[in-house]
Write a protein that binds this ligand. Structure first.
Ligand SMILES: N[C@@H](CCC(=O)N[C@@H](CS)C(=O)NCC(=O)O)C(=O)O
Length: 212
């Protein structure tokens, strides 16, 4: 959990506390002994000796606006880092499943391959390709040459063009993301609970349809 050096009367600390509450980020609050006391530890964290100061592990962040930016960007970075680790594990597992075979189905391309390729290809498209020189990378190159695979890969890459509009569409309420099953579970397990809670508050996420 992050720690926030603050003071209840500081408008800058209040600004950050409101932002953390709005985002659902839990924090431990502490008032540094600014009015007298040993400031040694606090001085090492923030030489400006000001509140608010946010501590996240070994990182000290200060100036309220910088803290707001950190909270916004830090979470995204942590989730992307977690996703990259998990993708690498999946690649390792797939590599083991493929073994020395040409295709997941064996000698011929089949359901095993066409079930796997959309996921491995999607990861590659966002910068997480199977490691260079791996059997999985060679398999991906091989199956991409098939016209059936090449057609969906091309269509997927073309549709990425509109992705930069997503934040705007979410903010305007036009796109309401659905969180269900593995997608919801991933957010909860990977540190994205605040995003789900924030989305529920802002009503820019949805769960599966409820009959009553
Ligand atoms: N630009 C800073 C201003 C922070 C600031 O001035 N904090 C005051 C409290 S409101 C402070 O810690 N002053 C130190 C002191 O009074 O000793 C921010 O936005 O965080």
């Amino acid at each position: 959990m992050v720690k926030l050096y603050e003071h209840p009367l500081s408008p800058y600390a209040q600004k950050v506390k409101i932002a953390l509450a709005e985002k659902g980020v839990p924090f431990e609050a502490e008032i540094p002994p600014l009015a007298g006391g040993d400031l040694g530890q606090f001085r090492a964290l923030n030489p400006r000796l000001e509140v608010p100061t946010l501590i996240d592990g070994d990182t000290a962040v200060f100036d309220s606006t910088v803290i707001l930016e950190y909270v916004e960007g830090g979470l995204a970075e942590r989730l992307l880092g977690r996703a990259a680790e998990q993708t690498a594990s999946v690649h390792t597992w797939l590599e083991q499943q493929l073994g020395s075979r040409t295709f997941f189905n064996g000698d011929a391309f089949g359901w095993g391959d066409l079930s796997v390729v959309p996921h491995v290809q999607a990861s590659a498209l966002v910068g997480h390709a199977p490691p260079d020189g791996s059997r999985l990378a060679a398999w991906l190159d091989r199956v991409r040459t098939r016209p059936s695979v090449a057609a969906v890969v091309e269509a997927a890459a073309a549709s990425m063009g509109g992705f930069e509009m997503l934040p705007q569409l979410i903010a305007s309420g036009q796109f309401v993301r659905e969180y269900r099953d593995h997608r919801l579970e991933w957010m909860m397990r990977s540190g994205g609970v605040e995003i789900v809670l924030d989305g529920m508050r802002k009503k820019n996420i949805r769960f599966t349809h409820q009959l009553a």
